[in-house]
Design a protein around this ligand. Structure first.
Ligand code: TYD
Ligand code: MG
Length: 459
């Protein structure tokens, strides 16, 4: 029987499938996002091979934990410490990793460096580009350094040719740059469309699991900051990494938003240099570089990203509003949270914020939404409002509640020792942590505060 071609409507932003066109997507409430695509039903020969993560062919019998064999060599070392950390101690064999980020942020660069490092260990690596010509890749590679014979390049966008090449070359690691340029002949819609991206990913998933090859997939990001194509793509892969950071600043942050093999809070910090991306081993130092001395509205606070504390400078500028409606702006942190903290300052401390414009900025362009920054943001606002500089050897952290109370946060000791390492003398911490930290952290002054008003009296 000839396979009947049917058309389906897909939501471009979440992948919702519908048999008829709709103005608003019931899945993600996006307007005008449905596009028509033709899909050919898949032949019903193999049971669940397209999405099976087990990679095993044939039926699978239940096993006890002791029957499951683990081999030691399950992870590759990428020789990039920050990337290993984000991946959860190295690249897992047979995993599928999606790397997302704005154009020009460095996705191709870091993957070329990873390919170079892993192939340098004698492992076969295949770099498949659908975006650049071999000459362009060579130009980039020349900037980065020397590469071994084990690294091969290919310009191809047809997935069946790619599958054939992979089967022939049997590499251990494959890089696909990018998923939006790949196409699968069995799907009739254009490359980059929802069904094409989804089908291509499922083919790559099958290759990764059945041949035990680690595959990195580059994905472009839409204006809203999601990987272009459906969200389902994120559900299919094992790990989703996002590259973020200001294109104009030199540093880049790699964040794991999903990881089946490690923690998702970890971040890696890189700096874009002449010869590719270099790791930043001590991000706190990097973030505090160029901090103003004795300026009002500036204080250092500490955020914990994953397992690592990072010191960061919070800046606030409060100035009289020229219009009836004061302006508020938050860069790098949650706008609504800043509004809430300003309401707390107004009501609980009596600062007349209503007549003032306020701008809050995390220096260095980091994006952090951790509540432990609250106390730092409040103190920066107060310092700017009163025009009193806070000592440059003071850090403050703690969550602020709606009654103006300062609440405890996790990993207090790690935060204090990071501050001590960078030469800070005084830590303003939540009262609940004071005794514990005084006992465990020597050589740095610990001051516990139970409310924002308490903290204000210190500056
Ligand atoms: P690229 O990896 O091509 O970005 P993506 O694949 O995410 O689109 O990065 C390109 C940018 O990085 C480009 O603006 C040039 C810059 N760059 C350097 O500054 N130094 C280097 O050594 C390399 C290779 C690129
Ligand atoms: Mg690229």
């Amino acid at each position: 029987m000839a396979t009947k071609i049917k058309t389906v409507f897909f939501c471009q932003s979440c992948g919702y499938e519908s048999s008829k066109w709709m103005g608003q997507c019931p899945g993600c409430r996006e307007w005008n996002s449905f596009v028509e695509e033709t899909v050919k039903p898949a032949p019903k020969t193999t049971r669940g091979t397209t999405t099976s993560a087990s990679g095993a062919s044939g039926g699978s019998a239940p096993k006890t934990l002791s029957e499951i064999v683990m081999n030691d060599e399950e992870r590759y070392d990428t020789h990039i410490g920050e990337l290993n950390r984000v991946l959860g101690d190295g690249l897992v064999k047979g995993s599928l990793i999606l790397v997302g980020g704005d154009p020009g942020i460095g996705k191709s660069t870091i993957l070329l460096q990873v390919a170079g490092n892993i192939s340098g260990d004698g492992k076969e690596v295949l770099y498949i580009s659908g975006e650049e010509s071999l000459r362009q890749i060579k130009l980039r590679a020349n900037r980065i350094g020397d590469f071994s014979e084990h690294l091969k390049f290919m310009c191809e966008t047809n997935l069946s040719d790619i599958e054939e090449a992979i089967t022939r070359a049997k590499p251990e690691v494959v890089i696909i740059d990018s998923i939006q340029t790949m196409f699968n002949e069995s799907v009739s819609s254009a490359p980059g469309s929802v069904s094409q991206v989804r089908e291509s990913t499922s083919v790559l998933l099958r290759i990764a699991k059945s041949m035990n090859i680690s595959i990195f997939i580059v994905g472009h990001v839409t204006k809203e900051g999601q990987v272009a194509g459906p969200r389902v793509l994120e559900h299919m892969v094992d790990t989703v990494l996002y590259f973020e950071g200001d294109r104009h600043a030199s540093y880049r942050i790699l964040r794991a938003v999903k990881n089946r093999f490690g923690s998702t809070n970890e971040i890696g910090v890189f700096e874009m240099q002449e010869k590719g991306l270099a790791e930043v081993a001590n991000p706190s130092e990097f973030m505090l570089d160029g901090r103003p001395e004795n300026a009002s509205g500036s204080i250092v606070t500490c955020s914990v990203e994953g397992t690592r504390p990072i010191l960061i400078e919070v800046q606030a500028l409060v100035c009289r509003s020229n219009f009836g409606f004061p302006r508020r702006q938050a860069n790098g942190t949650d706008y609504n949270r800043v509004n809430l903290l300003m309401a707390v300052l107004e009501k609980r401390i009596g600062l007349n914020m209503g007549e003032f414009d306020a701008y809050v900025n995390l220096a260095g362009g980091m994006r952090i939404a951790e509540p432990s920054l609250d106390l730092g943001i409040c103190l920066a606002l107060i310092s700017s409002f009163k025009n009193i500089p806070i000592g440059s050897d003071v850090i403050a952290f703690g969550e602020v509640g709606l009654s103006g109370e300062v609440r405890s946060v996790n990993m207090g000791e790690a935060r204090v020792s990071e501050a001590k390492k960078l030469g800070f003398k005084t830590c303003i911490v939540p009262k609940a942590l004071e005794d514990k930290l005084k006992k465990s952290c020597k050589g740095i002054e610990i001051i516990g505060v139970s409310s924002v008003a308490d903290a204000m009296r210190l500056i």
